[in-house]
Ligand binder design. Structure first.
Ligand SMILES: Cc1cc2nc3c(=O)[nH]c(=O)nc-3n(C[C@H](O)[C@H](O)[C@H](O)COP(=O)(O)OP(=O)(O)OC[C@H]3O[C@@H](n4cnc5c(N)ncnc54)[C@H](O)[C@@H]3O)c2cc1C
Length: 416
């Protein structure tokens, strides 16, 4: 079948690779000059199959109020009269109940666990190197209250059969030896040992090359203007370089996906939540992390990527803007130098990206009311982590095969 994948981020490229492997004739269309040049460019590098939760959780509205007034705030809110923003925020708040949290988390864990298997198989079959490590995520607590608060996460991990270890200060230092220099700043941690790390940009580029070798065509520098739909069936796409025919189209445009779907009457509650990262060259490896450390106080992830430290985080709700604020850079610099001062921050590169967030934290994967039109988008905080499983799912759904895991509750129809 002739399939067009819209978007050459991690989600589009993994989808294209799987679709090509299933025998389809695949074209990927992206406005950029190459793969992974938008949100998949410099994320925090966590491939956290276990450390995987929706942001909408019980207690978050109260915490969010406090965060707004912190010096190094994890949340920045710039409200404006934008219906999409306001309705997305209202839906996010309605997901902050224990009942919704449990449903959303179990959907995310199902997809993340499937992605763990899919990534291992993909790595084995392609031999792609991407500064990968398999040493887990350490969620680091600076206060006893944070450590005590981890009890509900531990319960959820145990219920879902995800391996974990609750660590005291010495346990954290055993896992991340550089923390010995700051032992007084930490109280304990929660380790999810099956989590991995890796450079999403390197991975996406290497996989795009493998996909090309399978026959996938990449049309870069091409902006998609509209979907061509006739009598309830997708016929192709309209771009700034002309029209292209397709029997199936997979939308993987990250935060920009809803803009293309709106004219077709498909309401996709995906909204951009901006995050920032800093990539710091390592000068003293004994003061650098081994894997991902999630600093719970600031909600900042600090990850080892080869000879670099990647520090990423913050949630800024301000619409479709990529501007870089110096205050955000100083928050990231503060976080990394406070725990892992083994890098040269003066030589760091600073970046921002728009997380394609759904209000329930779970991506949207599956068919739409238009025949031949599929969505693989809305991966929010964990698109790198969940990309490989999502790609397999979408490839099975496009090919009308039964997926390995239940996907019925991942489609856009779940929003009614
Ligand atoms: C600061 C930060 C830290 C993060 N850390 C992690 C992490 O540690 N682990 C993790 O798993 N995830 C993380 N994420 C989330 C992850 O990066 C995203 O979920 C993921 O990159 C989304 O991939 P995507 O392919 O859906 O979107 P994108 O990478 O944005 O790809 C969409 C593509 O669509 C193209 N496009 C858009 N509109 C058009 C159009 N009209 N025409 C043509 N092309 C178009 C764009 O050019 C882009 O290439 C983080 C995100 C941020 C911002």
């Amino acid at each position: 079948m002739k399939v067009i994948v819209l978007g050459a981020g991690i989600v589009g490229v993994t989808s294209a690779y799987q679709l090509a492997k299933s025998g389809h004739e695949v074209t990927v269309v992206d406005r950029q000059t190459g793969p992974a040049l938008e949100t998949s460019f410099a994320n925090a590098g966590e491939v956290s199959f276990g450390y995987c939760s929706p942001w909408a959780a019980p207690g978050i509205p109260m915490k969010a109020m406090k965060w707004l007034f912190m010096k190094h705030a994890p949340l920045i809110l710039r409200p404006k009269f934008d219906i999409a923003m306001l309705s997305w925020m209202a839906r996010m708040l309605s997901n902050c109940t224990s009942e919704r949290y449990a449903i959303n988390k179990s959907r995310m864990l199902r997809l993340a666990d499937y992605s763990r298997i899919a990534l291992a198989e993909l790595r084995a079959e392609t031999g792609i190197a991407y500064d990968e490590r398999m040493q887990g995520t350490l969620q680091l607590f600076r206060t006893q209250q944070q450590l005590d608060g981890a009890a509900k996460d531990v319960k959820a991990l145990a219920a879902d059969g995800i391996p974990y270890e609750v660590l005291d200060r010495d346990g954290c230092i055993r896992v991340e030896p550089a923390l010995r220099h700051v032992r007084d700043k930490i109280v304990g941690g929660l380790l999810t040992p099956k989590d991995e790390t890796g450079d999403c940009f390197k991975f996406t580029n290497a996989l795009a090359a493998k996909a090309e070798a399978l026959g996938v065509r990449f049309a870069y520098g091409t902006t998609v203007k509209a979907l061509d739909v006739e009598t309830g069936r997708v016929r192709g796409i309209v771009t700034d370089r002309g029209r292209m025919d397709a029997e199936a189209v997979v939308v993987a445009l990250g935060s920009f996906s809803p803009l293309l779907l709106k004219p077709l009457g498909i309401g996709l509650p995906v909204y951009p939540v901006k995050g920032y990262s800093l990539t710091v060259p390592i000068t003293d490896a004994s003061r650098a992390p081994e894997s991902t450390v999630m600093d719970e106080s600031y909600k900042i992830a600090i990850t080892r990527l080869g000879d670099r430290i990647r520090v990423g985080g913050m949630a800024e709700i301000s619409g479709y803007t990529n501007d870089l604020g110096l205050a955000r850079r100083s928050t990231l610099e503060h976080s990394v130098t406070d725990l892992f001062p083994g890098g040269d921050v003066s030589k760091a590169s600073f970046w921002s990206g728009l997380r394609p967030m759904t209000p329930d934290g779970t991506p949207v994967i599956g068919p739409t009311k238009i025949i031949g039109l599929f969505l693989n988008t809305g991966h929010g905080t964990l698109g790198w982590t969940m990309s490989t499983g999502s790609a397999r799912l979408i490839s099975d759904l496009v090919g009308a095969r039964r997926p390995d895991i239940d996907a019925g509750d991942l489609a856009v129809s779940r929003y009614g």
